[in-house]
Ligand binder design. Structure first.
Ligand code: ACM
Ligand code: ZN
Length: 768
């Protein structure tokens, strides 16, 4: 009897090794998977039959067969016809689904029949089959659930990037990385081969690129504090891949259905290349590869766009690169070019004049177009970071959208192919759990659940242009990832979440199902000795206003571990209350909460201080809306009893177009005598205190009566400061209060934004 996938099945539970699993533990989950209650016994008597395949020696097939043998712990006979009763058949066929990557798999008590349109499809089917086996070899027959799978990927570009410039990773790890991708049906490896901190690919015509550009001084320091090389020091840290190694890795990837897209950065991020060939920069000053994030004054990161030798150099490099990498797309970087040096360079300025360009943005665009012409002349195309849109997009270029979705949307609307990799969801160098308990990372906060929630087709992109979104990829920048162990930790298991986002149909995606299936994969990582992140255990606390009552929701990314909490300021223990439903607050409270897994409290407790006051849980209304960029927790942020700190990203409502005017209506006449408004200044983020605050009562006839005012000069104080402004007035009965704070500030003289308006930020409007 056949049953649908998301029903809890006893046969399925058996195969999951996890009593809460609701489906077989496949990741990415197939688009159609119907499971029967029987099983197939895979033992050494089963033969593997390849009726219409050239040979089991074909690279992709032989990799699959040897993985199967390793995972089973015994070898099955392989032949073209198959004389045994039980068989695993791999057949090239023409499926109803025309995708080159589609496959079908039918498992019954007699055997396994796999059909695919291509060897790629067979390879994907075999990855699915491997996930149906026990994680480690048991050297004995294994039971596999009888099922029927029909599967094909949602997106054509299922990518993972790796930066090998900031830290060098040897070929052994590159192969391991490719294995991770292959096992989860990812198909693009974007190899970031050069940047300011190291050049990593042998180029025969320019040997100094690796003799000089691949090495830097070894600094055992946090990236941001790594001082440049001093006189007398030797550059000993680094490495590079020889062309022989590159060829081997390209073949290794190809056999696993993975295209390697090499990235040769230009015109910026090129300090390492210019350390080897300083004559190609604007100032031509000699320089050395930098070991971290400190950029010494005068260092040259850009190729000189006015120097013709630069194009001879880059074209020769690209020629060798294209001989090594068969990828149709060649990544030419293009991001984060500081064009100041071009502004001061006579050659660059002459180029602008001669080519009748408007400015340095157009000079960058001209540079990229020139490179594109060369790449196109060799039968390939370029892809670049979304800055290549600025100053005009080259005619055949594809765009990688990293600064949010906007670049991708703009390029797709121009009918250019795009790959989505926004920092919000796809930067795997970001923290994935509470930063206070995690190894140091570059910043950000991109949890497993956030990756899983990613939708590569931007909501704002009209459907006519969806076809231009090739897919998405995650980027692993390695400034804060010096070791193989840390690289594994940052990728696993976020890559598994992304693989399901990119492969499985939207309707299939289900966080609880994924979380539960993932457990089996985590056990595999443990068995293999791969580092991985257990998850984000930090308890998120969210005040919600329901029926005029403030309640606090507690949430973690774990679907099964309990949350313990206290209301008296003490740290939670395993004897504290277990969270079951949103907590109603009726007095000032310090709430603390912590998750426990297997009876062990994880990470550090989360805490939130709630201060009761007369406007607590009243919903304020605003005459002019707050900015969509700083909506905090909505209007109720001002009255939720939680005070904003000097971190302007949390708990503050921001205005950038007008002053703030809010009204509070009390359910009945209420005796009041003071208002306190939290105001934030953050000079570097263009946020300034308001000059005036006025508190008025709105009387029954609709007129207003001013109760108190506050005036100050905008102080030019730097840093982030909170000022809780108190406005007192004689005690009186009030039903409606109006508070005005403004005007919208102007950035003061000497501020980088001088001439522009700044922001107003407010949080908690306390009424006593
Ligand atoms: C990038 O993250 N600079 C593309
Ligand atoms: Zn120049």
């Amino acid at each position: 009897m056949m049953k649908r996938i998301f029903l809890a099945l006893s046969a399925v539970l058996f195969f999951c090794g996890n009593t809460n699993a609701q489906s077989i533990a496949l990741i990415p989950y197939p688009n159609s998977c119907v499971i029967a209650s029987d099983s197939f016994l895979l033992d050494p008597s089963v033969s593997i039959v390849l009726p219409n395949l050239v040979s089991s020696q074909d690279a992709a097939i032989s990799i699959c067969l040897s993985s199967l043998q390793t995972q089973l712990g015994f070898a099955n006979r392989v032949d073209q016809k198959g004389a045994t009763a039980k068989q695993i058949q791999l057949v090239l066929a023409q499926l109803d689904n025309a995708s080159q990557d589609a496959y079908e798999m039918n498992i019954d008590q007699k055997g396994i029949l796999i059909k695919a349109n291509s060897k790629a499809g067979l390879f994907y089917a075999m990855q699915t089959l491997l996930q149906l086996l026990p994680n480690t070899s048991r050297h004995t027959a294994v039971k596999i659930p009888c099922l029927t799978i029909k599967d094909a990927p949602r997106f054509a570009w299922r990518g993972m990037h790796l930066d090998v410039s900031r830290h060098f990773f040897n070929t052994q790890f590159i192969k391991e990385y490719i294995d991770f991708l292959a096992a989860y049906k990812m198909n693009v490896f974007h190899w970031h081969l050069c940047d300011d901190q190291g050049w990593r690919i042998e180029i025969k015509k320019y040997p100094k690129l690796t003799e000089i550009g691949a090495w830097r001084v070894d600094r055992d320091k946090e990236w941001r504090d790594a001082q440049p090389i001093q006189a007398g020091e030797k550059a000993t840290y680094g490495g590079f891949y020889t062309q022989k190694e590159i060829k081997e890795i390209v073949a290794y990837a190809a056999a696993r259905n993975i295209t390697i897209v090499p990235e040769i950065e230009m015109p910026g991020h090129s300090i390492a290349a210019l350390a080897a060939y300083p004559n190609l920069s604007c100032t031509q000053v000699p320089q050395q590869v930098i070991p971290g994030g400190i950029y010494p004054k005068g260092i040259q990161a850009n190729y000189c766009a006015g120097n013709d030798s630069v194009f001879v150099f880059l074209q020769s490099i690209l020629e060798e690169v294209m001989q090594l990498f068969p990828s149709k797309l060649i990544h030419i970087g293009g991001d984060e070019v500081d064009k100041t040096d071009w502004k001061h360079c006579a050659k660059c300025q002459a180029r602008i004049e001669q080519e009748q360009l408007k400015n340095e943005e157009e000079l960058q665009s001209w540079f990229i177009r020139k490179i594109e012409q060369y790449v196109v002349s060799k039968g390939r195309n370029i892809i670049g970071w979304d800055e290549i849109l600025e100053g005009g997009l080259a005619p055949n270029a594809s765009v990688m959208s990293w600064r949010g979705e906007q670049g991708g949307i703009a390029a797709a609307k121009m009918k250019h192919h795009v790959v989505m990799t926004p920092g919000t969801h796809c930067y795997f160098d970001h923290y994935q759990a509470d930063p206070s308990t995690e190894p140091i990372a570059i910043g950000g906060f991109t949890t497993l659940k956030k990756v899983y929630s990613y939708e590569p087709i931007p909501a704002a992109l009209p459907s006519a242009f969806h076809q231009y979104v090739l897919g998405a990829q995650a980027n692993l920048w390695t400034e804060y990832i010096p070791t193989v162990e840390q690289a594994e930790y940052m990728v696993l298991p976020r890559m598994q979440a992304l693989s399901e986002v990119l492969w499985s149909a939207n309707e299939i995606r289900n966080w609880n199902s994924f979380s539960s299936r993932l457990q089996n994969h985590l056990r595999k990582f443990e068995q293999e000795g791969w580092r991985y992140c257990e998850g984000n255990f930090k308890v998120a606390m969210k005040p919600v206003l329901e029926d005029h009552k403030m309640r606090v929701q507690l949430e973690t990314e774990s679907i099964e571990d309990p949350i313990y909490y206290t209301l008296d300021g003490s740290d939670p223990s395993l004897f504290s209350a277990i969270y079951k439903e949103p907590i109603t607050l009726s007095s000032s409270t310090l709430l603390k909460a912590q998750l426990a897994r297997k009876q062990v409290l994880k990470g550090k407790p989360s805490s939130l201080n709630f201060t009761m006051h007369k406007a607590f849980s009243l919903m304020p209304s605003f005459e002019k809306p707050y900015s969509n960029y700083y909506p905090a927790n909505g209007a109720m942020t001002l009255t939720d009893g939680v005070f904003g700190t000097n971190d302007h990203h949390a708990n503050w409502l921001g205005w950038s177009k007008s002053e703030m005017i809010t009204t509070l209506s009390f359910p009945k006449d209420t005796l009041l005598q003071e208002v306190e408004l939290g105001c934030l200044q953050n000079y570097a983020s263009w946020i300034f205190f308001p000059e005036n605050i006025t508190v008025s009562a709105i009387l029954k006839d609709g007129s207003t009566k001013e109760l108190a005012t506050y005036k100050t000069d905008i102080k030019n104080t730097k840093g982030a400061i909170v000022n809780r402004v108190k406005l007192s007035f004689p005690v009186q009965k009030i039903t409606k209060l109006k508070i005005t704070a403004g005007p919208l500030p102007a950035c003061p003289k000497n501020h980088p934004g001088y001439g522009d308006t700044g922001w107003l930020f407010f949080d908690e409007l306390v009424v006593r």
